[in-house]
Write a protein that binds this ligand. Structure first.
Ligand SMILES: *[C@@H]1O[C@H](CO)[C@@H](O)[C@H](O)[C@H]1NC(C)=O
Ligand SMILES: *[C@@H]1O[C@H](CO)[C@@H](O)[C@H](O)[C@H]1NC(C)=O
Ligand SMILES: *[C@@H]1O[C@H](CO)[C@@H](O)[C@H](O)[C@H]1NC(C)=O
Ligand SMILES: *[C@@H]1O[C@H](CO)[C@@H](O)[C@H](O)[C@H]1NC(C)=O
Ligand SMILES: *[C@@H]1O[C@H](CO)[C@@H](O)[C@H](O)[C@H]1NC(C)=O
Ligand SMILES: *[C@@H]1O[C@H](CO)[C@@H](O)[C@H](O)[C@H]1NC(C)=O
Length: 932
């Protein structure tokens, strides 16, 4: 009998428990149904056993696993699941996660930024935006959360990180529907950034969140250093007779702060400047013995009385919530004072402070759809394109996609410029481009676009179209003539059908020859002109002997023009066409012919006349001697003559001739011509009036006039094009300051391509028997392994950067032993953060410390002993560009970061630990220096 009861009891307990469990489970699954929880970089989807929340990985958005970082165990929020995705974005400064929403519903969106481990980690600062509304800046190395509450305006919302410095990162992102709360009451469209969400009277360290808060808000306890206030608890108190929605969870309401007379909640860490805030207070009477009228108090917000004689039980219920909208600048003072008629002091259970951000309108729907269509059409043939991959979130806001410019027209944001030159894009030009009706400038030059030129609608705003250097064919669309605003159009270097371009709406055609890359509209651009860059190679060939200037007919995609023109650097030598009106001509490109007309041939007699029988010797190298001379037309030249004793000259001669006759770039010393007669081998270059960089840094010329820092920086930047001159990466193999010449405008020009090679491609062995280079500049890895890569030039480039910074020679055996090698010496000082010691004394005070730091850091990365640690040229370009911008805008920059209060100039350089024996240049016998 006894037993039966016991068993019965036991069974019913188990059963009851089971039902309870199922109930809880069902409940949590239900509540979670609409939760979106993203664990960035997590190995796989998982369910958190504590909360039952299902987390999914973010590979759907970013399939790349390379930019994942472990979370530091020092992080307060460390859990083994967490990782950080670090956006070392190459192109875009904006990266967005796009999440599905239901239009009109309210949500909270919360990003969590956890401290991650990275020895090389730099100062990081980025904005966080919900939609395109920036709501917060993350710039500390500590863990932080950014949460915004919004009402969805579309079927999706973007959560974006917008870089200002360093690499943005994120560990978790959650989207929660906020059912039944009224945060956005009376707001048509705003984002509320959570500034505080406080559970008054909560126990220290007792954070209330999901599942206790079904909306997964995070309520932090109030840690009071204060006063006479006391906490009260009412764990059994329930809300009664209340008809509205209760926005705070009961567990939060069941604790409160009270005081006999008054208490003050003061926050002085809010954003400076006038900002709008919404403050919500939650009250639940926790003492059952208190009746209406017994506890009455006044509520002040920043010294303004917001509520008089406030009585929680005044409305027949024991619960009230109130919200205040207030403008504040830097602080909020919430004070509750007992009213004179009251017996008891004030009480408050919880409160929230939100900063209100007006919802910024996204790009106009027409342009948005147009560009999204354009992107997806372009992706069909260009899946791996990094720039297209970087196009996430809104095309224009908060910052526009790489290659796009936007404007605000009649209050809506539209796309006005599309510039994607030299991006290896292939396939047809997406027809959806014609749907971008506000576009006035289009540049798709130097890609591999095929097919026909799309037909733009007559209402198009296009003023400038550049389609040079593609493989566009077919007729010129008639519609071009209808474009009202078109001022200039380039279609040179495309096989656009000749017969179609020869007659065009009755306009006479000018089929005179021109130059593919150099035809540019004249200073007066009021006249419409369609310029078809003409390259009539055949006829030019005949006249080449008379030509004085070099004609470079290589394809323009060889030139990293985007970078230069975008930032306002000097562009390419440009010719102005004098003829007004419409100019048409026939574009034909035949690269075989092209080669032969780039270079003049000189006779020995010409050379002797130009150099006055080798009168002025200006230099000597491995190849032979260099003389100064003047051509018949007055151009000053440098003439390099292979010496009779030189053994290696012939091969270098041919190498240089072959390379320089196919490529031409502003930062290369161009080859004017050559002479190969009577076993003489002579190369003719334009004379560079400002000598070599070496001279200007620490040679004779340096004594006359020092180079200032901004000039040094732009010289360095000029050199970075080293690896992008040709479609294939060209390795110079002998980068050094004496091979860098400066023309009259101090533009850097790399000379001496005698040793240069194209980078090994797949299938090439890569290893070569002979190691070339100059002591002091030679990549130790290349020296020891004989394996050549573009990183070998990066090493040499790093040495040149150090020379530019320090004005010292790379190798000077006359100095004390520890200063022999510039690389070693600079590393030593950088480790001690002794930047002033490294910098050339003659530019002291003439540089911006931030810009200098960046260059020093970059230089030291370049000379890492292991090539894998070295950056690639594209990274270097970016960093140097940034430095130059900082340098040039130093004052403006200072202002901007001072106002955000994050000026950090003292930085420690962390050099990754590498094996001790890290300088074969010093510890191993030097390679035989080239006799040059
Ligand atoms: C992870 O979860 C997401 C969303 O629930 C799903 O789309 C995805 O297929 C899951 N991935 C794996 C590997 O299970
Ligand atoms: C949202 O709230 C309404 C009533 O306030 C309720 O009927 C509905 O089931 C809730 N939806 C969710 C997903 O919780
Ligand atoms: C906060 O406001 C109260 C009431 O207006 C006032 O008495 C108090 O001095 C204020 N506190 C601070 C720190 O300004
Ligand atoms: C709720 O309302 C009922 C009837 O109106 C009243 O008797 C009761 O005291 C009220 N409860 C509270 C806690 O105010
Ligand atoms: C342009 O936009 C319209 C309407 O959005 C769409 O129907 C059409 O397909 C688009 N045209 C192109 C070429 O994408
Ligand atoms: C040709 O040009 C004339 C005037 O220059 C213009 O009115 C006409 O519309 C053009 N026709 C076409 C087909 O472009």
């Amino acid at each position: 009998m006894m037993e039966g009861v016991l068993v019965n009891n036991w069974v019913s307990r188990v059963f009851g428990c089971l039902i309870l469990c199922l109930f809880i489970l069902a409940q949590s699954i239900c509540a979670q149904k609409e939760f979106v929880s993203i664990a960035c970089c997590a190995e796989s989807n998982y369910t958190d056993p504590n909360t039952n929340i299902s987390w999914e990985t973010d590979y759907r958005w970013f399939p790349d696993k390379k930019n994942c970082q472990k979370i530091s165990k020092a992080s307060a929020n460390y859990t083994p699941y967490d990782e950080a995705r670090v956006f070392r974005t190459d192109f875009s400064s904006k990266t967005c996660y796009r999440l599905d929403t239901k239009t009109g519903e309210e949500y909270l969106l919360r990003g969590t930024f956890l401290y991650y481990e990275d020895a090389l980690r730099k100062k990081t600062s980025f904005y966080v935006s919900v939609g395109v509304t920036n709501i917060s800046q993350v710039n500390s190395l500590e863990d932080s959360d950014v949460e915004g509450i919004f009402r969805a305006t579309k079927e999706y919302v973007d959560f974006c990180l917008v870089k200002t410095e360093g690499a943005p990162y994120i560990s978790r992102l959650v989207l929660r529907p906020l059912n039944g709360t009224e945060y956005l009451q009376n707001f048509s469209s705003n984002v509320l950034k959570v500034v505080r969400r406080i559970n008054l009277g909560g126990k220290d360290g007792d954070i209330i969140k999901y599942p206790n808060d079904p909306s997964d808000r995070i309520w932090k306890p109030f840690t009071s250093s204060d006063q006479t206030a006391t906490t009260i608890q009412g764990p059994s108190i329930k809300i009664s007779n209340y008809t509205g929605n209760v926005s705070a969870p009961l567990q939060v309401l069941q604790t409160a702060l009270t005081d006999q007379n008054r208490f003050e909640l003061f926050h002085n860490d809010l954003d400076k400047g006038d900002h709008q805030y919404r403050v919500i207070l939650y009250f639940l009477e926790l003492e059952t013995t208190v009746f209406p009228g017994q506890r009455v108090f006044n509520i002040y917000l920043n010294n303004e009385r917001k509520e008089s004689r406030f009585d929680i039980q005044g409305g027949g219920s024991n619960y009230k919530e109130v919200r205040f909208d207030v403008k504040a600048n830097g602080f909020l003072n919430l004070t509750l004072v007992k009213a004179s008629v009251s017996g008891l002091g004030p009480i408050c259970n919880a409160y929230e402070i939100f900063q209100v951000f007006p919802w910024v309108q996204e790009t106009s729907p027409n342009d948005l759809n147009g560009i999204l269509e354009f992107k997806s059409e372009l992706l069909v043939c260009n899946e791996q394109n990094k720039v297209l991959e970087s196009w996430t979130g809104d095309p224009c806001l908060p910052v526009s996609w790489e290659g796009l410019s936007c404007d605000s027209i009649n209050g809506s944001t539209v796309i006005t410029k599309l510039s994607l030159p030299s991006m290896n894009l292939r396939g047809p030009i997406p027809p959806s481009i014609t749907n971008l009706t506000n576009l006035y400038s289009l540049n798709l030059s130097s890609n591999d676009f095929t097919g026909e030129i799309p037909s733009f609608s007559p209402s198009s705003m296009l003023r400038s179209v550049d389609l040079r250097n593609n493989d566009l064919s077919g007729p010129l669309p008639e519609s071009l003539a209808m474009l009202q605003h078109l001022e200039v159009m380039y279609i040179g270097c495309n096989p656009v059908a000749k017969e179609h371009s020869s007659s065009y709406n009755g306009t006479k055609l000018d089929t005179s020859t021109g130059i593919c890359n150099s035809d540019v509209q004249g200073p007066d651009s009021t006249k419409r002109r369609i310029i078809i860059g003409s390259v009539a190679c055949g006829s030019l060939l005949l006249t080449v002997a008379a030509g004085v200037f070099i004609v470079c007919f290589y394809r323009q995609k060889l030139m990293p023009q985007g970078i230069f023109n975008r930032k306002g650097f000097k562009g390419y030598p440009m010719m102005t066409k004098k003829n007004g009106g419409l100019i048409f001509s026939i574009p034909i490109v035949e690269e075989i012919v092209v080669k032969s007309i780039c270079i003049q041939t000189f006779t020995l007699v010409d050379i002797e006349a130009a150099t006055q029988n080798y009168k002025t010797l200006i230099g000597e190298g491995g190849f032979g001697s260099v003389y100064r001379g003047t051509l018949l037309d007055g151009q000053e030249v440098a003439v390099k003559v292979r010496s009779a004793t030189s053994t290696q000259g012939t091969r270098e001669f041919e190498n240089e001739l072959n390379l320089l006759s196919t490529i031409c770039h502003e930062n290369l010393v161009p080859l004017l011509g050559y002479c190969s007669e009577n076993d003489q081998q002579i190369l003719v270059y334009p004379f560079m009036s400002n000598g070599s960089l070496q001279d200007r840094l620490y040679g004779e010329a340096a004594k006359r006039k020092r180079l200032d820092w901004p000039t040094r920086l732009s010289i360095a930047l000029g050199l970075t094009h080293l690896h992008t001159y040709a479609g294939r990466c060209l390795i110079h193999r002998d980068v050094k300051s004496s091979n860098i010449l400066l023309d009259q405008s101090m533009t850097a020009k790399v000379a001496d391509f005698g040793f240069s090679k194209y980078a090994p491609q797949e299938g090439d062995s890569g290893a070569s028997l002979e190691v070339r280079g100059t002591a002091g500049y030679l990549d130790p890895e290349y020296y020891t392994t004989h394996h050549l890569s573009d990183k070998s030039d990066v090493f040499s480039f790093g040495v040149v950067l150090l020379e530019i910074i320090s004005g010292r020679e790379p190798l000077n055996l006359r100095k004390p032993r520890n200063e022999w090698s510039l690389v070693e010496w600079a590393k030593q000082h950088a480790r001690e953060t002794n930047i002033d010691e490294i910098v050339d004394p003659s530019i002291k005070g003439g540089y911006h410390a931030e810009a200098m730091w960046r260059v020093v850091e970059m230089a030291l990365l370049c000379v890492e002993p292991f090539s894998a640690y070295r950056p690639c040229m594209a990274d270097i370009v970016r960093e140097l560009e940034d430095s130059l911008i900082i340098e040039n805008n130093a004052s403006e920059y200072m202002r901007s970061i001072e106002s955000s209060g994050s000026l950090v100039l003292e930085r420690k350089i962390v050099i990754p630990s590498t094996p001790k024996d890290d300088s074969p240049i010093l510890t191993q016998p030097l390679p035989p220096p080239e006799p040059r």
